[in-house]
Design a protein around this ligand. Structure first.
Ligand SMILES: [Zn+2]
Length: 267
């Protein structure tokens, strides 16, 4: 914050945008639950404002990515689209009628925690059978340790383990390939459910993980289309955006700009 003020002397910081994973109530400025924070129902916006000395807006990180697409990306020309992010977890954002959908309490659109299997794999949220438990990097790393015969207690970080697994799959390791193939089928199921519920004009798959072939393999998308009714209609459009970290920052900037604009216009 001191750096920012030093770079723009004499100018006030009017709004700061912060995104984080989990159940974030944008309106109240509170975090019901986040994998990054200890505790529940935390007054996170208030704490950030006290620390930074400027107005802060908080939101779910997938919402920020969706705002970035709405303001600066493919969403500029669309009124209804969805963004799905697959990185440490599985996130989702939705634009309906040109506006970001937030739900009543900031608890919605948790695609990663929709259930795809009764009594299934343990998710980091504490429940079982969530989509994320079959798709996120920690989930694949857990399976990778077994498939590659590594001791999970002594193994690399989840990201390093995933890189190793990806290399093995590329080289033809059967178990490694099966892990990605299965994750791809779960992704197809999650995307099909999303399309069936919201009928978006475009689905954007975004995030660093999109570079892994299985996530945008033709057969994953073909399976998704197969699972969607009614047959015979034009397939939903899907785009893959393998952008870097900057896009998250663009989303945070958009969130801050919305707040500063509303403040200036008195809306
Ligand atoms: Zn979960």
């Amino acid at each position: 914050m001191a750096d920012l003020r030093a770079r723009a002397p004499g100018r006030e910081v009017q709004a700061i945008g912060i995104g984080l994973p989990g159940l974030v109530d944008h309106g109240r400025g509170s975090v019901a639950w986040s994998p990054l924070l200890e505790g529940t129902d935390l007054p996170f916006r208030e704490a950030c404002e006290a620390r930074l000395g400027a107005p802060v807006q908080i939101d779910n990180d997938s919402n920020l990515l969706t705002l970035a697409e709405l303001w600066f990306g493919a969403g500029r020309a669309l009124s209804d689209f969805a963004v799905v992010t697959i990185e440490h977890g599985v996130g989702m954002g939705l634009v309906q009628g040109g506006r970001l959908f937030r739900g009543a309490r900031g608890m919605g659109l948790e695609l990663g925690h929709t259930k795809v299997r009764l009594d299934g794999a343990l998710c980091r949220c504490g429940q079982r059978g969530c989509l994320e438990a079959y798709l996120a990097d920690y989930a694949l790393a857990r399976e990778a340790a077994t498939a590659l015969g590594r001791d999970p207690r002594q193994s690399q970080s989840p990201r390093a383990m995933l890189e190793t697994l990806f290399g093995e799959a590329k080289a033809g390791h059967e178990s490694a390939r099966e892990i990605f193939a299965r994750a791809g089928r779960y992704l197809a199921m999650g995307l099909a459910n999303l399309v069936q519920l919201f009928d978006p004009g475009l689905v954007i798959l975004s995030g660093e993980r999109m570079r892994y072939d299985f996530l945008y393999a033709e057969d994953v998308l073909a399976e998704m289309q197969r699972l969607v009714l009614p047959a015979g209609r034009p397939p939903v459009r899907v785009e893959v955006h393998a952008w870097g970290d900057l896009v998250w920052a663009q989303g945070a900037a958009a969130l801050a700009l919305v707040a500063a604009t509303d403040e200036a216009l008195g809306t």
